[in-house]
Design a protein around this ligand. Structure first.
Ligand code: HEC
Length: 131
């Protein structure tokens, strides 16, 4: 029952992804984020690494992590990160942002992408888990 108090957003997200995805799995998303950890930090105290920190990604404009030196391609992409854009990007980053310096082939599995978004999107800009 407590899942319901997660609010309309969770419910809408699940509906929007049906039937491709069952309920999103934050724990599985955290495991999937291990693929990103070499280059990205997230959560409280996250710092830029090879790639920018990813706190507050939902609603964040591309190329705006403070103090991170982006490629022009990323900075000028005009993207505002949200669920749909992120899911498209992470399948094939170089297709969505030609010229990006993110050296990552992408994730093709829809369930894994859904879980990854569930994990990443829970952090606010201070790296705290949103209620
Ligand atoms: C080998 C290092 C590397 C890996 C692995 C990697 N990234 Fe990146 N990522 C980068 C770099 C470098 C950039 C900056 C790209 C640029 O400036 O062109 C970036 C940029 C991004 C951005 C754009 C951020 C912004 O502020 O516009 C997102 C979102 C992102 N990565 C998500 C991920 C996720 C999620 C994963 C794991 C599934 C991942 N990345 C794996 C290096 C990496």
């Amino acid at each position: 029952m407590t899942k319901l108090t997660f609010g309309a957003l969770t419910i809408l997200t699940v509906i929007a992804n049906a039937p491709a995805a069952m309920a999103q799995d934050v724990a599985a998303g955290k495991t999937s984020f291990n693929k990103c950890l070499a280059c990205h930090a997230i959560g409280e105290g996250a710092k830029n690494k090879v790639g920018p920190e990813l706190n507050g990604l939902n609603g964040r404009k591309s190329g705006t992590a403070e103090g991170y030196s982006y490629s022009d391609a990323n900075k000028n992409s005009g993207i505002t990160w949200d669920e749909a854009v992120f899911k498209e990007y992470i399948k094939d980053p170089k297709a969505k942002i030609p010229g990006t310096k993110m050296a990552f082939a992408g994730i093709k599995n829809e369930t894994e992408i859904n879980n990854l978004w569930a994990y990443v999107s829970q952090f606010d800009k201070d790296g705290k888990i949103k209620q």
